[in-house]
Design a protein around this ligand. Structure first.
Ligand SMILES: Nc1ncnc2c1ncn2[C@@H]1O[C@H](COP(=O)(O)OP(=O)(O)OP(=O)(O)O)[C@@H](O)[C@H]1O
Ligand SMILES: Cc1ncsc1CCO
Ligand SMILES: [Mg+2]
Length: 267
C-alpha cells in the first residue's frame, strides 16, 4: 500500500482493512485501549501469557508492548511476542511506562530495547531517562515538558534506529533525522489514565496499515488523537465526560476532517 500517505488516507486504509493488533498492555489500560482501537477502526487483542504470546504474534498484524504493570511472567510473554514479530518481519512498538522507577523496570526495558522495537512512544520523562538524561519522572505521569525531551528523542532514535514519539502538550516525533511536532489535543487528556497507553496501541494499528512508512504512521496516530481530543473537550465537564466523548470523537473522525485539521509542523 504505497500511495499518498497523509494521516487521513492511512485512517481510511485502516478502517477498510482493520488490523488485528496484539496489545501487551497493563491492567489499567486494557479496557480503554481496546475501546480506543475499536472506535478508531482497528481490532484489538490483549494477549500476554508466555504460553501463547509468541504464537499470537505470528497471527496478529501488529504488536505493542507496554511495561505498565509488570511481572516476571509478563516479561516472558513480551520476549516471546517480540521475537516472533521480529522473525515475521512485523514492526513492534514499545511503551516504556515509568521504566526509571525501579531496578526491575530498568532491567525489563533494557531487555526489550535489545529486541529492537521499531517505534518507541513515551511521555517526556520516560524518553529523557531512556536516552540517559536527567528526568524528573517518578511514577507513570510525566514531570517534564516535551521540549525538554526533544534532543533525548533524537539521540534515542539514532541509538536504537527507531522512531521515537514523545507525547505531551505538543507531541514530537523523530527518526533521528526527520522531526515533526503534532499540536492539538486537550489538557484533559493526561487527566484520564492510560490514554498514552491507548495511543501506543493505536500507533501499532497504523504501523500495520502502513509498514512502509512507520514515521508517517506514527504521526497519523498522534494526529488522530490530537483532533479527537479537541473534539471531545468541547462540552466535556471534566475527565469523566471527556473519556466517553473521546471514544465518540475517535469513531466520528473521517479522513477528510483529519487531514484538514491535523496540525503537523516540521521541527
Ligand atoms: N497538556 C496537553 N495538552 C494537549 N494534549 C495532551 C496534553 N498532555 C497530553 N496530551 C495528549 O495526551 C495523549 C497521551 O499522552 P501522555 O503524554 O499524557 O501519555 P502518558 O503520560 O504515557 O499517559 P498514560 O501513561 O497515562 O497512558 C497524547 O495524545 C498527548 O498528545
Ligand atoms: C496508573 C498506571 N499504573 C501503572 S500503568 C498505569 C497506566 C498509566 O500509564
Ligand atoms: Mg505512559
Amino acid at each position: 500500500m504505497q500511495t499518498e500517505t497523509t494521516p487521513g488516507t492511512m485512517l481510511k486504509a485502516m478502517r477498510e482493512k482493520p488490523p488485528l493488533v496484539q496489545c501487551i498492555t497493563n491492567y489499567v489500560a486494557m479496557n480503554i485501549a481496546a475501546n480506543v482501537l475499536l472506535a478508531s477502526g482497528a481490532s484489538p487483542a490483549m494477549v500476554h501469557a508466555a504460553e501463547e504470546a509468541g504464537e499470537f504474534a505470528g497471527i496478529a498484524n501488529a504488536l505493542t508492548i507496554n511495561i505498565g504493570t509488570l511481572s516476571t511472567q509478563w516479561i516472558a510473554g513480551m520476549h516471546a511476542a517480540a521475537k516472533a514479530a521480529n522473525a515475521a518481519g512485523k514492526p513492534w512498538v514499545l511503551d516504556p511506562v515509568a521504566h526509571y522507577a525501579t531496578a526491575f523496570r530498568r532491567s525489563a526495558v533494557a531487555g526489550l530495547l535489545a529486541l529492537n522495537p521499531a517505534i518507541i512512544r513515551g511521555n517526556a520523562s520516560e524518553i529523557i531517562a531512556l536516552a540517559g538524561g536527567e528526568s524528573r519522572g517518578q511514577g507513570v505521569d510525566s514531570r517534564d515538558p516535551v521540549e525538554q525531551a526533544e534532543e533525548s528523542a533524537r539521540r534515542l532514535a539514532e541509538r536504537q534506529r527507531a522512531i521515537v514519539a514523545v507525547t505531551g502538550a505538543v507531541d514530537f516525533v523523530t527518526d533521528g533525522e526527520r522531526a515533526v511536532r503534532v499540536a492539538g489535543g486537550s489538557a484533559l487528556m493526561p487527566q484520564v489514565t492510560a490514554l498514552g497507553c491507548s495511543l501506543t496501541c493505536l500507533v501499532g494499528a497504523f504501523a500495520a496499515t502502513a509498514p512502509e512508512d512507520l514515521f508517517g504512521a506514527t504521526v497519523a496516530a498522534l494526529a488522530t488523537f490530537a483532533v479527537a481530543g479537541e473534539d471531545a473537550a468541547l462540552g466535556a465537564a471534566g475527565p469523566g465526560s471527556f473519556s466517553w466523548r473521546f471514544l465518540d470523537a475517535l469513531a466520528a473522525i473521517d479522513a477528510e476532517t483529519l487531514d484538514a485539521r491535523a496540525r503537523i509542523l516540521s521541527a
